[in-house]
Design a protein around this ligand. Structure first.
Ligand code: GLV
Ligand code: MN
Ligand code: MN
Ligand code: MN
Length: 383
């Protein structure tokens, strides 16, 4: 808890919660903190080609046992999503009776939330080759800064972004501890089974900017109307497939109360049969746009299929801990790594069921139970 307290003041968002985004000031401070904490435990920290941090206990090597998570947040995020896994990993290092016989590292992945550049699990997708580096370099944050520019300023060479077989090839087993993000866990600790298929899509509507007072209704080409239709249809369609659909961000331009917008961009997060939902939603968006004299383009910004964590590893963990298995609708770097290496997750109970918000919470006793569980798991996997 004192490690989490260290971070409490870093990257506070003016509207509440945290704003910690890759290569910004808060992120830089968090990375410094991690280096310092890893150093105190005798670990050597290196930054890989994609801006992920690796703290090695002894020499880096093949078939490594790796644990960790991320330190970035969503806009207005809570204190636990990400940092809990990093803090628990550091604390587990302090508690392990001996250095594991296998190579061992604590990892901090860059930009898990996609809060700045829009693509979640940016660091792990680049590492594994799931994201094309040319596309990544050109990603822009809301201020128009490209990932290439932000990386260069942070000392990460943008020309070297991309699949990193050396770093990837070392990981033999990856275990990520994370706060549970819904109400699926009623005991202190659980083991992850699956991650829901999910993706992000941008819907860009174009109409005609105009005067809110003089433009009669029949003359309007207001892109906000088809955008509103998409918000409502997304909920309707997701409910028909028992999926999830969210429009958490919608930007009308130029954005004046007395101005009919000329464009509206909205971002859809859809999970569970999401491509089916988006195909239908695209048809609905086109029809609604045409009815208003507007146009729409739909772009898939990220996508990942359903992930099942390594069954043998999960069985080993549930047996060792006597803990239940549970699925999640939340995305994780572990889900990206699962296609490449034996991967498992531990979840710590979240009594509020709230996450990606300042109210996200875990009880001290459950955090302790999570650290105890992670330490046992690492010890069990250490040879
Ligand atoms: C990450 O936490 C996500 O599921 O969006
Ligand atoms: Mn998250
Ligand atoms: Mn997370
Ligand atoms: Mn006027």
């Amino acid at each position: 808890m004192s490690l989490l307290d260290d971070l409490a003041a870093v990257g506070r968002a003016p509207g509440g919660g945290y704003a910690r985004h890759v290569f910004d000031r808060a992120d830089t401070e968090l990375r410094e903190w991690f280096r310092e904490q890893a150093g105190r435990r005798g670990l050597d920290v290196e930054t890989d080609r994609n801006g992920n941090l690796w703290a090695w206990w002894g020499e880096p090597g093949p078939d490594a046992l790796v644990t960790g998570s991320h330190l970035d947040s969503v806009p207005g995020g809570g204190a636990f999503d990400g940092p809990l896994g990093v803090v628990s990993a550091l604390e587990a290092v302090s508690r392990l009776p001996a250095r594991p016989a296998r190579p061992f590292a604590v990892v901090v992945f860059a930009e898990e939330e996609g809060g700045r550049f829009g693509v979640p699990c940016l660091g792990s997708r680049l590492l594994t080759g799931a994201l094309d580096p040319d596309r990544a370099r050109a990603l822009r944050d809301p201020d128009g800064v490209t990932l290439a520019e932000a990386a260069a300023r942070a000392g990460v060479d943008p020309a070297r972004l991309g699949r990193d077989d050396e770093a990837l090839g070392r990981i033999g087993t990856f275990v990520e501890l994370h706060v549970e993000q819904g109400r699926a866990l009623d005991v202190p600790v659980g083991v992850g089974s699956t991650v829901l298929e999910h993706g992000r899509w941008r819907f860009s509507f174009t109409g005609q900017g105009n005067h809110a007072g003089t433009t009669i209704l029949a003359d309007r080409r207001d892109p906000m109307l088809p955008a509103a239709e998409v918000v409502l249809a997304a909920r309707r369609l997701a409910s028909t497939v028992d999926g999830r659909a969210t429009v958490g961000r919608l930007v009308p331009r130029p954005g004046g109360t007395n101005v009919i917008a000329s464009t509206v961009d909205l971002w859809l997060d859809a999970r569970g049969r999401s491509r089916e939902v988006v195909a239908e939603l695209t048809d609905a968006a086109r029809a609604a746009a045409a009815a208003e004299g507007c146009t729409v383009t739909v772009t898939e910004e990220s996508y990942g299929g359903t992930v099942t964590f390594d069954p043998a590893l999960c069985d080993r963990l549930t047996g060792l801990l006597g803990a239940p298995e549970l699925p999640t609708g939340a995305g994780h770097d572990a889900a990206i790594l699962a296609a490449h290496t034996a991967t498992a997750m531990l979840y710590v109970r979240n009594p509020t069921g709230i996450s990606h918000a300042p109210e996200e919470f875990a009880e001290d006793a459950d955090v302790e139970a999570g650290v105890v569980a992670l330490t046992r798991v690492l010890e069990d996997l250490s040879t």
